[in-house]
Design a protein around this ligand. Structure first.
Ligand SMILES: Cc1cc2nc3c(=O)[nH]c(=O)nc-3n(C[C@H](O)[C@H](O)[C@H](O)COP(=O)(O)O)c2cc1C
Length: 156
């Protein structure tokens, strides 16, 4: 079957997950795609799909849920989930379930705290920080290795 390499899709209401998305995409040598304006049909036959989101009242963003439900069948696609959270990364459960219904296999998850902009930025201040982003880059390399995808040399 023809396969189309790696894609990264993210949703980020206050910018925290976007920082992680950019760090991961840089390692992979691809452009991060914001869920707003992305076309689900362009995700057919992707080999490795990174999906990133924050958590809002225990769930992923509505925009991400809508996008994932609109994806074509993903048999043979491996999925790597990442995100940020205030207290617990509970967004992954529904994301994993929808991807599973599409036929994708989730092979790993990465989460780190994100600064809470809703409480004047007092909680989780400065997160994700450099250490979080370094861990996100290591996760990206690990997922690529697990999916049998060769990364550009500059990122290893
Ligand atoms: C409206 C709202 C609801 C949230 N609900 C939760 C929650 O249920 N659990 C949690 O751990 N964090 C929660 N958070 C914290 C965010 O998940 C956290 O700040 C995350 O980094 C946001 O990601 P983003 O900047 O990519 O949008 C909430 C934040 C907002 C603004």
């Amino acid at each position: 079957m023809e396969r189309r390499g790696i894609r990264l899709i993210y949703s980020s209401l206050t910018g925290n997950t976007e920082k992680v998305a950019r760090a991961i995409a840089e390692v992979l040598g691809i452009e991060p795609l914001n869920v707003r304006g992305a076309s689900p049909q362009r995700f057919e036959k992707v080999q490795l799909l990174f999906v990133g989101d924050g958590v809002y009242a225990l769930l992923p963003s509505k925009a991400m849920v809508r996008f994932l439900r609109a994806l074509p069948p993903l048999r043979g696609t491996k999925a790597a989930l990442f995100g940020t959270y205030g207290s617990l990364p509970t967004q992954f459960r529904l994301i994993r379930r929808i991807l599973g219904e599409k036929g994708a296999e989730t092979i790993g998850e990465f989460a780190c705290p994100g600064q809470d902009k809703a409480t004047l930025g007092l909680l989780r201040r400065g997160r994700p920080d450099e250490e979080d982003l370094a861990a996100a880059r290591a996760f990206a390399r690990e997922m690529a290795r697990k999916a049998g995808y060769a990364l550009p040399e500059s990122s290893s």
